[in-house]
Design a protein around this ligand. Sequence first.
Ligand SMILES: Cc1cc2nc3c(=O)[nH]c(=O)nc-3n(C[C@H](O)[C@H](O)[C@H](O)COP(=O)(O)OP(=O)(O)OC[C@H]3O[C@@H](n4cnc5c(N)ncnc54)[C@H](O)[C@@H]3O)c2cc1C
Length: 320
Amino acid sequence: MILTFIEHDRGKLNESSLEALTLARRLADDMASRLEVALIGAEARALAEPLAAYGAVRAHLVEHAWLDDYAPDAWAASLAQLMAATSPDVVVAAGSERGNEVMARLAARLDLPLASNCTEVATGQPFRVTRVRWGGSLLEEAHLKGSPALLTVAEHALAAESISKPPEIDVRPFVPTLTEEDMRVRVVRRVEPEREGVSLTDARVVVAGGRGVGSAEGFAALEELAGLLGGAVAASRVATNNGWRPHADQVGQTGARVAPDLYIACGISGAIQHWVGCKAAKHILAINTDPEAPMVTKADYAIIGDLHEVLPAIIQKLKS
Ligand SMILES: Cc1cc2nc3c(=O)[nH]c(=O)nc-3n(C[C@H](O)[C@H](O)[C@H](O)COP(=O)(O)OP(=O)(O)OC[C@H]3O[C@@H](n4cnc5c(N)ncnc54)[C@H](O)[C@@H]3O)c2cc1C
């Protein structure tokens, strides 16, 4: 049986889990195995049945009074107990911050190896995996020994695919036993970033600015363009380090990973640490004075010019 850990935040599904579930379904097909899912916390209840559309035949709803919010040790302990009860051959999760964190704790508890951020997996003994290393600058071929096999799927490495004939899904509760020690790491307070309009990770258009924008005030033009396109504004680390934008706006290795339809990179050189955060965009438009900038050479479209002239021109055109 292949068990996929479906991640959510207080009932909001992490879409990367559907990508992980898609890879898990391919593994289940290859291994002639069943596909089951695990969801943690009472707020996940509504998410279970729709997972039949991705081939899941059974959903385990892991419920406990302490599991209402994120607590990585408690989530890992719950998964370990569920694994003991269901004996999966493979456990798959999204290669998100939480997915990797929970799976690493699970691997440590079970003394099993974990292959994180996989883009491809070939079944067999051992499993052969391709995984993303060093923030996306390297693809590593590796063998994953150990049973059950634990792996996470790199975010945006493949598209989530539903199936034409969903099976009946059997939803059943699972109550783990947790101790105070499992709750050492938990959410005690939430501070929501102040953001008006569409969120960065959901936006279909992202207008991002880097050092070339020159100042916090320089982002006004990016805000205006994002507003006209129904998008969100993002930033490179230089822009956030300079205090021009909040850290929540940062895209890249140490920021958000986004996959909009259109990513407009204004005055961003395209360093690998930034590129890994935006490379999943369907289309990239670079606006840069340097025709040799990596962002320009890798983008689908580029405008070579001063963004302080190019952006007002685009805005004026859109308005008219
Ligand atoms: C461990 C580690 C983690 C990191 N994580 C991240 C991360 O998550 N996100 C991230 O972004 N960076 C990250 N970085 C930093 C990264 O290496 C780069 O330093 C950073 O992305 C560069 O930002 P930038 O493109 O805005 O600036 P620069 O590299 O200085 O590029 C500025 C660009 O603007 C162009 N330009 C200048 N003026 C104009 C103008 N008027 N009009 C148009 N174009 C203009 C220039 O030609 C240039 O291409 C990380 C680095 C390390 C070591």
